[in-house]
Design a protein around this ligand. Structure first.
Ligand code: HEM
Length: 369
């Protein structure tokens, strides 16, 4: 560390001046924890909101983990008690309704910011060499985030959660042997609700965390991709040397500020729009629609039957995983990639249209059809 960054100045007399105690304290911590190593340069364009969406997604995940740790203190994951324990969190636990709301809205925020981050990475061609592997890790992260949303919905154990589970059990049946985890026979002493609880609170967040760390380390290793409208280096894989840079610690501060705004919005929504919870479920009826993230699948299911859920999800994730293998040109600028951009626009429009169409479809039974 240079004398300047260590806060050691010299007086005109040439005598070395001792830095003030807060600086000495920070230097002592830094010497032991190596935080200064985070101050590596990052091109200026990485600081915009669009290029910080991955960091904002990570912040939403952090809010989910913290609020989730508090929620597990009061949630009881058996079919007999789950619904009542969620109601009790909202009515009997001090601040429990807001806590539940924060967890619910942070989950919506993480889904939306991860989707926007995916779109940003696609539009700016940031998945191209050498970042193809990190795109694939991102696809898995998005899939796991969707599974976390789904398992969270089931945990409420109201009609909506119960019907969501019913759909998944049937999709598991369609998968034959591969869907064994969803069958009651898999562990006949443990209800599927308890197993989904384990998946939601331990397996999914654990795998998400490990993959997020890997994802972040790869971003550091490859460095942030060049902005497609700014000059790149001769390889075309890094921002040009001339682009001004800032220490990564400044970037972290900015992501933290975006994260605080997100936390504020999540808090306001938690107070103004607490997440609903229905009554204990009744088997054999279908009265609900899934959470909005799955509406496009509901419309397809209504048209083509329950297997459409499986085929549409497999198709979506196969298309996403294929992106770096299909869009292989060195061009990053979207105007120079008309076909991939047009295909993506059609796919996105189809998902949005199918989502909106749910309002024109009457609720009806699909299970066991
Ligand atoms: C779901 C949780 C995710 C988290 C927490 C996350 C986090 C991050 C972070 C912090 C960055 C640095 C740049 C930025 O903030 O934009 C990044 C970059 C990247 N992410 Fe993600 N990401 C996630 C999902 C995804 C998805 C769904 C994809 C694509 C399918 C993806 C692909 C990439 C790629 C290729 C980069 C490098 C981009 C570049 O260098 O410009 N990530 N991610």
């Amino acid at each position: 560390m240079s004398d300047e960054t260590a806060g050691i100045g010299t007086q005109d007399t040439g005598k070395v001046q001792r830095p003030a105690w807060p600086r000495r304290f920070l230097n002592a911590i830094d010497e032991r924890l190596g935080i200064d190593a985070l101050a590596y340069p990052v091109p200026e364009h990485a600081n915009s909101l669009a290029w910080s969406l991955g960091g904002v997604t990570a912040t939403a995940f952090g809010i989910l983990v913290l609020s989730g740790i508090l929620l597990v203190q009061f949630y009881s994951p058996t079919p007999e008690t789950a619904n009542q324990s969620v109601r009790a969190i909202a009515t009997d636990v001090w601040g429990g309704d807001v806590l539940r709301g924060v967890h619910f809205w942070a989950a919506q925020a993480m889904y939306v910011t991860a989707a926007l981050h995916l779109i940003r990475v696609f539009v700016t061609g940031s998945f191209k060499r050498p970042r193809e592997g990190n795109w694939l890790i991102g696809v898995v992260l998005f899939g796991l985030s969707t599974l976390a949303l789904f398992t969270g919905t089931v945990l409420k154990w109201d009609q909506e959660g119960f019907e969501a589970l019913g759909h998944n059990v049937e999709v598991g049946d369609l998968l034959g042997g591969a869907g064994f985890w969803f069958s009651a026979e898999f562990a006949n002493q443990v209800s599927i609700l308890v197993r989904l609880y384990g998946a939601h609170t331990v397996i999914l967040p654990g795998v998400l965390l490990v993959l997020m760390i890997w994802h972040g380390l790869l971003v550091k290793r490859h460095r942030i991709s060049p902005h497609p409208s700014l000059p790149a280096d001769s390889s075309g894989e890094q921002a040009a040397q001339e682009e001004p840079s800032e220490p990564f610690t400044h970037h972290l501060r900015r992501v933290g500020a975006f994260g605080l705004v997100l936390f504020g919005i999540v808090g306001i929504l938690a107070v103004l729009l607490p997440p609903p919870i229905g009554a204990t479920p009744v088997a054999g009826i279908e009265l609900t629609r899934p959470p909005w993230n799955f509406w496009w699948l509901y419309t397809l299911e209504d048209w083509f039957g329950l297997p459409a859920i499986l085929f549409a999800e497999v198709a979506l994730f196969t298309i996403l995983a294929a992106v770096p293998f299909v869009d292989r040109s060195r061009n990053r600028w979207w105007r120079h990639r008309p076909i991939p951009i047009a295909v993506a626009a059609v796919l996105l429009t189809a998902i949005v249209t199918l989502t909106v169409l749910i309002f024109f479809i009457p609720i009806k039974a699909h299970l066991g059809a």
